[in-house]
Design a protein around this ligand. Structure first.
Ligand code: GRF
Length: 196
């Protein structure tokens, strides 16, 4: 039976797009069952719709309370038989029950070599600014399992990206993002294979 992935996004959704494209090409043998965003204007929702994937704006505002939003997310996972949940630029904390429903099956992508440059405030351009400010010569991409503590779950896969002389947060960020797009689907494919 086709395994199902679901994706949580808050923003542009370029990693979501990379997953959708690999499903389309057959490299990632899975179905994207739904995409949820806490942000109704997220381009990620538009990317999902364009691909014929159910796109759901889900937040305390749409559901009336945070509790109702959490319950709806839990039922979308349970009732739709999700095998793996992917956090691709998701800026909200997960409701507690998600990790119990999907133990070892929730992955996050982070644009640095964790545990460096992770944790509070380390998202988007802040990560690449901190990398350049510190003067490290290597950064990269981390795919890890989500645990109760932000950016601290077991690491599944990493790839390195060299910092180049004259890099700006933008130039570095776009090289890292290109590697993210080529990394996330591989780990999702392998995780689905392991739990099959
Ligand atoms: C990526 O850099 C990802 O690593 C981080 O958030 C960003 C999301 O980008 N968690 P996009 O929405 O997939 O374009």
């Amino acid at each position: 039976m086709t395994q199902k992935i679901a994706v949580l996004c808050s923003g542009g959704g370029s990693n979501l797009q990379a997953l959708i494209d690999r499903v389309g090409s057959g490299d990632l043998p899975a179905r994207v069952e739904w995409v949820v965003s806490n942000n109704g204007d997220a381009l990620a929702l538009e990317r999902a719709r364009r691909a014929g994937v159910e796109a759901i704006h889900l937040s305390a505002r749409t559901e009336g309370s945070q509790e109702a939003a959490d319950l709806r997310l839990l039922s979308l996972i349970r009732d739709r038989g999700i095998d793996v949940l992917v956090l691709a630029g998701y800026m909200k904390m997960l409701p507690a029950g998600v990790l119990e429903l999907l133990p070892g099956r929730v992955v996050n992508i982070h644009p640095s070599l964790l545990p460096s440059f992770g944790g509070k405030g380390m998202f988007g351009h802040h990560v690449h600014e901190a990398v350049l400010a510190r003067g490290v010569q290597w950064t990269g991409v981390t795919i890890h399992l989500v645990s109760e503590r932000y950016d601290e779950g077991p690491i599944l896969r990493q790839r390195v990206v060299a910092v180049q002389p004259g890099d700006t947060p933008q130039s570095l960020g776009s090289r890292v993002l290109a590697i993210e797009h080529d990394t996330l689907w591989r780990e999702v494919r392998d995780l689905l294979e392991r739990i099959r």
